[in-house]
Design a protein around this ligand. Sequence first.
Ligand SMILES: [Zn+2]
Length: 121
Amino acid sequence: MPKRPEFWQPVPKNPVEKKPAKRLARGKRVNPVSDKRRNDAKQYSEQRRFFLELRHYECELRVDGTCTGLASEIQHLVGRDSHRFLDMSTWKAACHGCHSYATTHPAEAYANGWAQRRTAS
Ligand SMILES: [Zn+2]
């Protein structure tokens, strides 16, 4: 058996002492979604269905070569943050293809009225 070099030391079995995982007391979990956010999401899903029915599920963007005609999504013309999220006056019914096209081609979206510049308000 070869001789061990002078500097050799056995590797400690448990070099880092494990700390017990920090846990919040039962029932004290941090709420992942606020009440407002949850209510908005619920209202959104109802409004969304209502809006799509109103538009007879017809896509309003009609991107050439992409459009399937059948709207299943909402294009938010001025974004969907805070109060705009539920503001149907800023919505357009869109099929998945058009919605994704409008999202990935902002310049064309502005030019074609699928998106509007936000004004300071
Ligand atoms: Zn479409």
